[in-house]
Design a protein around this ligand. Structure first.
Ligand code: CA
Length: 222
């Protein structure tokens, strides 16, 4: 899953991004409202952590522009204690949640999880399940009837995307945007390599699913 952190206090921004990355999210970090809006408008994010007081354009303006462009990515606002008015304003403008600084990181992670729940059945917060096949975040592995196989980080991220959107064709372009970012120079054949690793690993535990190729478009989990 891909997250955007928009926060001008660089130390806080970098600390947040580090924590989120450790929890296997892909994170882009920007330090002002204008870059925040630019990035957010791409629509590739699963959740945006948006500070209110920002140079360039404040968080409320970013949020308002996003919603007026029909980008409905969940947004968590970060507010200072003194910004109660802004908080109310933010919720009125379509924020999904807010956190008052200072906050503990566990709380941020819980809010992000709550806003990024996916269609894949979630057994607990560390497992995504489809057809009895389970993807575990803590161990970075897939499990089927007592057999499991470890995945590399990229394999995990691709599998997470597939298992969260079962039976849907995911275009290669979308996979790249989600996992490597929309400015990356990763090529389609890089994905093909990861998909072939994943297929071998799924086969090695006789998983009851297949990654199908939609020719010229992308992949789906069936
Ligand atoms: Ca700020």
């Amino acid at each position: 899953m891909r997250l955007l952190v928009v926060e001008d206090e660089t130390q806080l921004a970098d600390a947040l991004s580090e924590i989120l990355k450790r929890n296997r999210y892909n994170v882009d970090t920007v330090y002002n409202g204008i870059d925040g809006l630019d990035n957010a408008l791409t629509g590739v994010y699963d959740c945006i952590v948006l500070d209110i007081m920002l140079p360039g354009m404040n968080g409320i303006e970013v949020l308002r522009s996003l919603r007026s462009e029909k980008v409905n990515t969940p947004v968590i606002l970060l507010t200072a204690k003194s910004e109660v008015e802004d908080k109310i304003n933010g919720l009125d403008c379509g924020a999904d949640d807010y956190l008052t600084k200072p906050f503990v990181t566990g709380e941020l992670l819980a809010r992000v999880r709550a806003l990024t729940r996916r269609k894949g059945e979630i057994i607990d917060e560390n497992n995504l399940d489809y057809n009895g096949l389970s993807l575990n975040k803590n161990t970075c592995s897939v499990l089927w009837q007592g057999s499991d196989v470890k995945l590399s980080l990229k394999e995990y991220q691709i599998m997470e995307l597939l298992i969260s959107n079962p039976r849907q064709i995911l275009p290669k372009e979308r996979i790249i945007e989600k996992i490597w970012g929309y400015e990356s120079d990763v090529e389609y054949n890089n994905i093909e390599v990861y998909i072939s690793f994943l297929r071998k690993k799924l086969a090695s535990i006789s998983a009851p699913v297949q990654i199908k190729t939609a020719r010229g478009i992308g992949y789906s989990l069936e």
